[in-house]
Design a binder for this molecule. Structure first.
Ligand SMILES: *Cc1c(COP(=O)(O)O)cnc(C)c1O
Length: 356
């Protein structure tokens, strides 16, 4: 692979792949043998390196610890049926990373650098890409403010890091959700469309409260009226009501999910009517009460779809039917076929790293 950015590669002496059964590996705690890092100083990204996985050393004064300039991405590389490796929609993740960085007053990572860093890390850790079609290599790029100075300011120094970890088949459990009408995830004009750590930090408390009440997740509602449904926990939300796929619009308060976009695209081409529009919990409740055919599911890179089995609105709980023949599962299968190369990549979503 061409290395236009002069990424220095120092190979690890150990190969930890032997230690794991990839189909049955705990997600999120077992990084690959290598890590990519780049430093931003004096207006440029420098010191581009792939090294054996290591900890970071930062001053406690580093601004990321104090004022929340920290953003991330989450994307996946899959093994295709022919042995090649496919990084799914890397382009769109690069664009979103830069939108998040911009919103947090952090310097953009040139798109080519973002892509190059990820492709080279995967190349270096190629043996970590699981071979069964339901597993993947999860990639986690982050950027953090590193300037050691506690005064409130925009940092002048940053780290861009990419780590990777294998992910077995994600058995998404069916979710019991509650419509959240006290707390919010984000208000208009806030940081809801940026993938920044702070959005998660602020969401933990209401989510933990809902967990104690027996729910898996909350359905966030808008900040003004607590009426319109925004997201399902940290996933985008989709409903199918009487055959029409309905999902909230990109109003600035929700994340522009790559899975959301992919499923909308596929659904339209499968002839399913799609409506990107506001949907209130009142409309949802009325659909559930009047016996309309309702499906509900969260969508995101980690689980692709997480079916919702019940929705609580106020004191009432409504069961939602989950059918393996339903639209969500059909969309998921179609997406999987494109990713694995079993169907033509007509949307140009796949970045293929050819097997050597
Ligand atoms: C990452 C994320 C999603 C899902 O986005 P994908 O690109 O599909 O993984 C949805 N909502 C929030 C809040 C997120 O952080």
């Amino acid at each position: 692979m061409e290395n236009a950015f002069n990424i220095s590669v120092k190979k690890s002496q150990v190969d930890n792949t032997q230690r794991y059964d990839f189909t049955n590996i705990q997600f999120g705690t077992n990084p690959t043998d290598h890590i990519f890092t780049a430093e931003y100083k004096d207006g440029i990204w420098n010191n581009l390196q792939i090294e054996p996985f290591h900890n970071l050393t930062l001053s406690p004064l580093a601004l990321c610890f104090h004022y929340g300039q920290a953003v991330f991405e989450g994307l996946k590389a899959y093994r295709c049926t022919n042995g090649n490796v496919n990084v799914f929609r890397i382009d769109r993740h690069a664009d979103r990373f830069n939108l998040s960085l911009k919103r947090m007053s952090m310097p953009e990572v040139p798109k080519e650098l973002f892509i190059s860093a990820i492709l080279h890390l995967i190349e270096t850790d190629r043996s970590w890409v699981p071979s069964d079609l339901d597993s993947s290599l999860y990639l986690r790029p982050i950027a953090i403010a590193t300037e050691p100075r506690i005064g409130v300011k925009i940092s002048d120094e940053y780290l861009f890091v990419v780590m990777a970890m294998p992910m077995g088949q994600y058995f998404s459990k069916n979710l019991k959700v509650k419509v959240e009408t006290q707390y919010i995830r984000c208000a208009t004009g806030g940081t809801g469309s940026a993938k920044c750590g702070g959005n998660y930090g602020g969401a933990f408390y209401p989510t933990a409260k809902a967990n104690k009440e027996g729910f898996d997740q909350v359905l966030w509602t808008d900040a003004q009226e607590h009426l319109y449904i925004e997201e399902s926990g940290m996933m985008n939300i989709m409903f199918v009501i009487d055959g029409i796929l309905i999902t909230p619009p990109l109003s600035g308060t929700i994340l522009d999910g790559v899975t959301r976009d992919s499923l909308i695209t596929i659904a339209k081409d499968m002839g399913i009517a799609v409506e990107e529009r506001k949907i209130s919990h009142k409309e949802l409740e009325s659909a559930l009460q009047t016996g309309k055919k309702v499906e509900a599911f969260g969508v995101g890179t980690a689980a692709v779809i997480s079916p919702i089995e019940s929705v609580s609105i106020g004191a009432k709980t409504y069961k939602v039917k989950i059918s393996e023949k339903g639209i969500p599962f059909r969309l998921k299968e179609e997406l999987k076929s494109i990713r694995s190369g079993r169907k033509p990549d007509i949307y140009g979503w796949n970045t293929i790293i050819h097997s050597v």
